[in-house]
Design a protein around this ligand. Sequence first.
Ligand code: GLA
Length: 373
Amino acid sequence: MASRAGRWWAPGRVNLIGEHTDYNEGFVLPLALPLGVTCIAAARPAGAVRVRSRQAPRGERDEIATTTAVLATGGWSELPAWTHYPLGVIREFERRGHEIPGVDLDLDATVPIGAGLSSSAALSCAVAIALRDLFAPTVSDTEIIDIARTAENVYAGVPTGLLDQSAAILCTAGHLLFLDTRTGRTEQIPFDLDAFGLSLLVLDTGSPHQLVDGAYATRRAECAAAAAQLGVGSLRDIAFATEADRLTDPILRRRAHHVITENTRVLRIAEQLRTGADPRKIAPDLTASHESLRDDFEVSAPPLDLAVTASLASGAYGARMTGGGFGGSVIALVDRDRASQVSQAVREAFATKGFDPPRAFTATPSAGAHRLD
Ligand code: GLA
């Protein structure tokens, strides 16, 4: 008895700049990709829940059936790891008082998984907006972002901030999303690289990006410790990098230095783009962000560093890793007519090191999550 059905979409993202700032109440500047996750959803009776994903690991591609009652008593934890995202979203709706009578979810992704392009937030957000339209139409975008993030934090066990879910829900075509993660203030900043003869090249290095292994959580804890030792609630409250020099622990000092300087870079880039400057002007800050993530925050990885140096050596104006790090993707600001030469140069550099060839595409700022039909 599928009374209502439809198809919903949520995008992956690249973060132009503002990395590891979201859980420090700082600033981020992502754009939505034209790649994402489609969720076909249909209402079911009697608490029946069925989920299926075309990208599930081999052996887990058959439909997985459970019930809302089983989910309510923690039964989701016995099911395959990938299901914790959609089932966590269902459970969160119910826990917040929005009854889900039962639902079928059929998921399909075009955004690469584990590439640091936020495939998991695309999945959680596609499911969340489907459930909202089918069963809980009064739920706000802010709550959707919170539900999707809780699904990742609590059910999938990844302690992310809200960058990825905010990007999936709030980004609009042709724009960067400027988000102040402390106040929730947002601004859509036009980002028309084409008008300047530019492209934003994405290089998916294919090296697995893994946030559940503890390194991400360690960075969060280090930032919290640095803020406490500096006597502030969060590193957002520190305006000048020199203030981090008061920290005696060299690791905490470097972590704080990254977050403080990164916030400054986001604000500067937002201001340059808001006033219509040539985007080539932002390039030094993109590269400086990478160096800070590599040296101070220590979340880069050899394939990411190589993609950055090879891009810059072959004509990119600026380049940096994007997303949480430890693998994943690099973005490079390039002249549109040099994009293929730059990606070829990176491919050749990878070959000399024996790395698998990176996947390259250009990112166009695309629409946030919405119903397809
Ligand atoms: C991951 C997390 C985000 C954010 C970035 C780093 O993508 O999901 O919340 O912390 O890393 O900027």
